[in-house]
Design a binder for this molecule. Structure first.
Ligand SMILES: Nc1ncnc2c1ncn2[C@@H]1O[C@H](COP(=O)(O)OP(=O)(O)OP(=O)(O)O)[C@@H](O)[C@H]1O
Ligand SMILES: [Mg+2]
Length: 315
């Protein structure tokens, strides 16, 4: 059996995971890595993170690039764009029904009516748009989808199946089938989960993997465990702790010594616990990549570059 290509060689990488675990950060680093390897890459923002991405890349200073539905340049060969469900619906209706009725139909209330009448329709329209951006005739080689938090992401990904229960024939059914076949083709689409090394986050990641398999019929191969702590203090930190011991009166020395020991112990316990959580993922057969917690107030391009270097050769 032929091996699926590495994630970066595919057309679409879906970055999933719970809210706040670092999806946008990881999507940015993955995009940066792909672009550095020569692939024209679009990071698609499915959760309103475009301004956050531009901030990360220090590309925030171009207000005219702040148009939803329009790509904004982040770096060489790298762009971001937010997904606009209303805009996507208008485009979609224009194609299916012609210009005048489309304008008539694509009002907010008709959109809501349409979405309510046809479960999965809103998500499907969004997926059709993503399908095109990741398709053969797209100007991009790769789309990295910074997906919304798990529940909504799954609703987007299984919209072709959901919609198939309503429309089995016709142009919409054909589109749904095209989307479904892209999402389930390991040559074209890969799935990356972002998690943190906590018990809840790991349990949710295992549930996400099961849901992807059952509902979409795809395999989650790689989990990026973000913001993990180092296993031990560095030598430099240890010697700084050591040097503190020589200063001040004896009582202070003793107290500092105790405090340092307690801190070291706490850090050790924490990394041990994290290690156990990583093991749960590995034992479930998942490939686990660790991205360390970066000690800086705001992540920036050098920080993203570090994360990208960390992932290089592994995805
Ligand atoms: N490895 C890391 N080290 C330090 N801080 C990090 C790391 N990864 C992410 N962060 C910080 O954690 C916060 C959340 O990250 P991010 O916005 O990428 O998460 P998210 O999963 O996209 O969140 P949301 O679900 O809200 O979209 C940000 O402030 C980010 O700077
Ligand atoms: Mg985000």
């Amino acid at each position: 059996m032929a091996m699926a290509p590495s994630l970066l060689q595919r057309r679409l990488i879906v970055v999933t995971g719970k809210g706040g675990v670092g999806k946008t950060t990881i999507a940015g680093a993955v995009g940066l890595l792909a672009a550095s390897q020569g692939r024209r890459t679009l990071i698609l923002d499915g959760s309103g993170a475009s301004s956050r991405l531009r901030e990360l890349f220090g590309a925030d200073s171009h207000p005219d690039e702040d148009r939803p539905g329009e790509p904004a340049a982040l770096a060489e060969r790298l762009w971001s764009m937010s997904i606009e469900p209303d805009g996507a619906l208008l485009e979609w209706m224009q194609e299916l029904a012609g210009r005048a009725p489309a304008r008539l139909l694509a009002t907010k209330s008709s959109f809501q009516y349409f979405a309510a009448a046809a479960p999965g329709a809103k998500e499907l329209v969004t997926m059709v748009k993503i399908f095109r951006l990741a398709g053969e005739s797209s100007p991009y080689d790769l789309v990295v989808l910074d997906a919304p938090a798990t529940g909504h992401a799954l609703a987007m990904l299984d919209s072709p199946q959901t919609f198939a229960s309503i429309a089995r024939v016709g142009p919409v059914a054909a589109q749904a089938e095209a989307v479904r076949s892209m999402l389930t083709d390991p040559d074209r689409t890969g799935y990356l989960a972002v998690a943190q090394a906590g018990e809840m986050s790991v349990t949710e990641t295992l549930e996400l993997r099961a849901a992807l398999a059952e509902r979409i019929g795809v395999e989650l191969s790689t989990v990026i465990v973000n913001a993990t702590m180092h296993r031990r203090f560095t030598g430099e930190e240890m010697s700084r702790i050591e040097s503190l011991r020589g200063q001040g009166p004896l009582s202070a020395q003793v107290r500092i010594g105790h405090a340092a020991a307690a801190a070291a112990q706490a850090a050790h316990e924490r990394t041990r616990f994290q290690h156990g959580q990583l093991k749960r993922l590995r034992q479930a057969g998942l490939t686990v990549l660790q991205v360390p917690f970066l000690f800086q107030a705001d992540l920036d391009l050098p920080a993203l570059t570090r994360i990208a270097e960390r992932l290089d050769g592994h995805i």
